[in-house]
Design a protein around this ligand. Sequence first.
Ligand code: SF4
Length: 267
Amino acid sequence: MTLPKSKNSLPVRKPSASASGGAKAKASSRKGRPRSLYTPAEVHEIFRRFSVQRPEPKGELDYVNPFTLLIAVVLSAQATDAGVNKATKALFSVADTPQKMLALGEAKVGDYIRTIGLWRNKAKNVIALSKALIDDHAGKVPEDRDELVELPGVGRKTANVVLNVAFGQHTMAVDTHIFRIGNRIGLAPGKTPEQVEQGLLKVIPAEYMRHAHHWLILHGRYVCKARKPDCPVCVIADICKSKEKTTDVSAPLVPIAPLKEAFPAEV
Ligand code: SF4
């Protein structure tokens, strides 16, 4: 385990032998979930830096209201955001409410989303979802996770995204990037997405919860990447306790361009 050497580093708690190795943290909380390797001050500093870097982070799925956000998230399973946006541009221009979507019908919805993986099943879900919203929720997207996960094609992750992005609730939708970061750097280690979710909800200060989901996804997508983390451009390199990191020197902390300008196409 390399400890930070930068003069500007925060005091870093040395992980115990059992907790060293990032993902292999073994020290467990009373609930059986491995503990975060970071002190509250370190977690605060990590998110303070993310907030300076991206004061108003945005997801990369296009939508115009909570309903279209819900549909876009459902369509994004095993698909890229760019691919979903390409298909939904035309779809949402003709159907931006459950009533219009239902009137469009499964076959036509399928025509719009044919370029997205698993489109047949997704078209079915979009129609069933629209019908359930009309029948059970007066055509409105519910602001409650238990109600959301009852809807066709909606799982816990989708529900958390909608609650956070559309309604500003302090939820944490753990996708592949957040799951990797939680374990790789030992911020919230866990064997399942739900364990990582609970760990993150516990350690992230409330003032940063509104945007934490986006900051972590963007950090994972563009910096702490799956195959090889790009540590030289990482603003938390001096705090990070991952065994995989390649530098202790953090990148300059400056606001960066909105992602659609900086990264025009996701691949
Ligand atoms: S220093 Fe490297 S491993 Fe640590 S968070 Fe940054 S990119 Fe990821």
